[in-house]
Design a protein around this ligand. Structure first.
Ligand SMILES: Nc1ncnc2c1ncn2[C@@H]1O[C@H](COP(=O)(O)OP(=O)(O)OP(=O)(O)O)[C@@H](O)[C@H]1O
Ligand SMILES: [Mg+2]
Length: 490
């Protein structure tokens, strides 16, 4: 309690005890200017004493005692009352320390949970990238075989687009596991909302009426598009889930909101400024206070196993806080919920999406391709052969090295996975570099960004994160083979 602020103006004993930080007497309450003490005098009280309770050099409370007797200041009683004040202060201090300890322990538990989740997520992302590599490879190979006017062509572009979303999500999971922020760009929030609603498609329950209230003037934010989509997808999925047993209304709105100094900024803990406020409102089951107090904890879920992991809002909060924004919630059990996401507004122009170009560069040359996953070796070989290269593919790095040793001048390029049993891609690259330093090596991995710093010393010219797009692979292969042919030192 900030007692000085609460009692400054009333001229009573409490205000005086706060201001002086010492015990104050009044043995003539009838003369007090303080309304409360006047009321006490009217009901027969004649004297009062105010005892400040100090916690960490601050007056945390004031105890005020009244009596019907006229009692002037008394040293003996004062000393007893001061002891009482000190005792109460210690109890308050201990209580505060316990509360702070609890908050600290909760934060440590949450960060330990997040850390283990990060490790788990990193592992899943790595394996998932291999699967996506197959999806990309087969889809892009099919796109090369099917004429553009064929109806399957459009469908395959759809598969590729969905796989691209999955790839971005995996990148986010990897970023989450390394706590690295993704790249940011200026995003028109209306476009992100349109894309998200489109992506939800048939998962939006037909018994739910969707109301949208946003347009181009709703604002622009500086953020990572996949991350913001991830936040929105979770809020919308949660809202739909809350209405799954009945008809209801889902309202998605966005508008600029000015947070002025002093007012709401305290509530949202945000500095003053212009924000874009995105609101997701449902008329579903709502939440009681207990649920609301755990909402943003990782792994907190009230859903059945298989229906939710409890990571949605924890991740959303991490993303929004990373953008210097905030999430608030308003809900009543049985009466629906409104989640509000505040993101700092910016006026940068939107970046234009890249053109959808499915053409792959053809080329000439002999490539040694190594990956311990047979399905990836097969799709890699087929894709590169389709571009015109001769490819020798191996799932075993020792056998690949043997093939290279038989004729060190045979290959124009080596493409190798990084993590392989017995001999890693980096070790293979070093052996190849020792045998023929003119042969460029591309290292690939499903765990992005880890190896870049070591590349040069291993004689590796290029690193490509899985899943790779065939056209980027085609371009890189062509560039490196061309450099080798023109005698540029690698
Ligand atoms: N709109 C809502 N209405 C009612 N309850 C909600 C709503 N949004 C969230 N909740 C409650 O908060 C819990 C946590 O939500 P969160 O999104 O973090 O995890 P989840 O939805 O259970 O699982 P996940 O998002 O990982 O699939 C939910 O299980 C649910 O109890
Ligand atoms: Mg969720």
């Amino acid at each position: 309690m900030n007692c000085a602020a609460n009692h400054q103006a009333d001229g009573g004993l409490v205000a005086k005890a706060c201001a002086d930080q010492r015990l104050r007497w009044n043995d003539d309450l009838g003369n007090s200017k303080c309304a409360f003490e006047q009321l006490a005098a009217e009901s027969g009280m004649r004297s009062a004493v105010a005892v400040p309770v100090q916690v960490r050099d601050e007056v945390a409370a004031v105890l005020e005692f009244f009596t019907v007797e006229q009692r002037p200041a008394n040293a003996g009683l004062s000393s007893v009352l001061i002891d009482v004040g000190t005792l109460v202060g210690r109890v308050i201090e201990r209580r505060r320390a316990e509360q702070e300890q609890n908050v600290l322990e909760t934060q440590v538990r949450a960060s330990q949970k997040l850390e283990s989740l990060g490790i788990l997520a990193g592992g899943i992302a790595h394996d998932f990238n291999n699967i996506l590599q197959c999806i990309f490879g087969h889809t892009q190979l099919s796109l090369m075989s099917v004429p553009r006017e064929h109806e399957a062509y459009e469908a395959m572009l759809g598969v590729e687009e969905a796989a691209e979303h999955a790839r971005e999500l995996v990148t986010q999971i990897l970023a989450f596991s390394r706590k690295a922020p993704g790249h940011r760009e200026a995003l028109r929030i209306a476009t992100v909302l349109d894309d998200t609603i489109k992506l939800m498609g048939s998962s939006l329950c037909p018994s739910v009426t969707l109301v949208t209230e946003y347009d181009a003037s709703s604002g622009v934010v500086l953020a990572n598009p996949t991350q913001i989509q991830q936040v929105l997808l979770n809020l919308i999925t949660n809202a739909c889930h809350a209405m799954k047993d009945s008809a209801g209304m889902l309202r998605i709105a966005a508008s600029p909101e000015l947070i002025a100094a002093g007012s709401q900024s305290v509530e949202y803990n945000l500095p003053p400024g212009t924000y874009v406020c995105i609101e997701v409102t449902d008329t579903g089951i709502g939440m009681d206070e207990a649920t609301q107090s755990h909402l943003f904890e990782p792994l907190f879920t009230t859903k059945q196993p298989g229906e939710g992991t409890g990571l949605g809002l924890a991740t959303a909060l991490g993303i929004v806080s990373g953008c210097s924004g905030a999430i608030t919630v308003e809900s009543q059990l049985g009466n629906g919920s409104t989640f509000r996401v505040f993101l700092p507004a910016c006026d940068l122009p939107e970046t234009q999406p890249a053109e959808n170009n499915t053409d792959v560069q053809p080329g000439v040359g002999r490539i040694l391709f190594v990956d311990d996953a047979p399905e990836l070796t097969e799709i890699g070989k087929r894709s590169l052969e389709r571009m015109g290269y001769v490819v020798d593919a191996f799932t075993n790095s020792h056998q690949a090295l043997k093939a290279f040793q038989q004729d060190c001048q045979l290959y124009d390029l080596v493409i190798t996975d990084a993590m392989m049993p017995r001999m890693t891609g980096q070790e293979l690259a070093r052996e190849i570099h020792n045998l023929n330093p003119a042969v460029p090596v591309i290292l690939t991995s499903g765990t992005i960004g880890v190896y870049e710093s070591q590349l040069r010393s291993l004689g590796i010219q290029s690193f490509m994160a899985k899943p790779m797009q065939l056209r980027s692979l085609g371009e890189e292969v062509k560039r490196l083979i061309h450099r080798k042919a023109s005698g540029v030192q690698v």
